[in-house]
Design a protein around this ligand. Structure first.
Ligand SMILES: [Zn+2]
Length: 279
């Protein structure tokens, strides 16, 4: 049987000098073949910024995929999206907006991302409290239901919502059922503390259920593996995903999609794990 491959859809570059090297070693041990380095790029964050992220993906171009951080407070518009694309970032990351994510003033950003074929990852729900952040935090502006509007208005934009919208899980899962271009990761405390019965109850639909997915997919085809922890804990998060899928008795093909297949197609990888050449 072919060795299991994994893509980590949600990781942040850490501050240690050798972080990228240690992460790369960990990936080879766990057979993680791609890691999306999603950059928060918030004011005051000296570590998790676009420059450090770029340094890492340029050092390991086959392993790391850069998701550039867009600062929604500083009039980062479509020009910044274009700049990030031209610098080699393949996707974008959004967090802590000054207005709701679906505010029309952000639409030029999403429009350019859609044009450039850049998948976007949104932090959703409750956010960590760090004193370095001098901006006003309103978690209500990061509710998963806002991604429903964006997914409908930008049908060619691939959207990943983080943390299954914690604590607004029902908004997250119902939005993902109706929008073929909307996906979620389970990173964070949800995976550790919510039971398999709870998560299985939220992600219930199959191609044959009467109330189904817009494209007749299983709910679990919309869930991707994301670690969102320091490299030392990736194995632990992977174990949590495995235990959850064991407990739910998920079919082998769906497990493969959660850990690799769905994210591989979002990133445009061929079966050999290489990106398709788009002329
Ligand atoms: Zn994160």
């Amino acid at each position: 049987m072919a060795r299991r491959r994994i893509i980590d859809a949600h990781h942040h570059i850490g501050g240690d000098e050798d972080y990228a090297d240690r992460l790369a070693e960990t990936c080879s041990t766990l057979n993680i073949v791609k890691v999306c380095l999603v950059c928060t790029n918030m004011p005051g964050n000296k570590l998790d910024n676009n420059a450090n992220t770029k340094r890492a993906f340029e050092k390991y171009p086959d392993l790391f995929v850069g998701f550039g951080g867009v600062n929604m407070w500083e009039d980062d518009g479509p020009e910044q999206v274009q700049r990030l694309h031209d610098e080699g970032f393949k996707g974008l990351k959004f967090i802590i907006p000054p207005k709701a994510y679906n505010d029309p003033s952000f639409y030029p950003i999403y429009e350019r991302a859609q044009e450039l074929g850049m998948p976007v990852l949104f932090h959703l729900g409750i956010v960590a409290r760090r004193s370095a952040r001098k901006i006003r935090i309103d978690n209500n502006l990061m509710r998963p239901i806002y991604l429903d509007t964006i997914a409908r208005d930008f049908p060619e934009l691939t959207i990943i919502g983080a943390h299954l919208g914690n604590p607004w899980y029902d908004e997250a899962t119902m939005s993902c059922r109706w929008n073929p271009n909307l996906y979620f990761d389970l990173s964070g405390s949800t995976l550790k503390k919510k039971t398999p019965e709870f998560l299985g109850g939220l992600l219930w639909w199959t191609p044959t259920t009467f109330y189904g997915d817009a494209e007749g997919r299983y709910a679990w085809e919309k869930i991707v593996f994301g670690s969102d922890v320091n490299w030392t804990y990736i194995k632990d998060v992977l174990n949590d995903y495995e235990q959850l899928m064991d407990a739910l008795n998920l079919r082998p093909d769906l497990r493969e999609k959660v850990l690799y297949g769905t994210m591989a197609s979002i990133l445009g990888l061929t079966d050999e794990g290489e990106a398709d050449e788009v002329p």
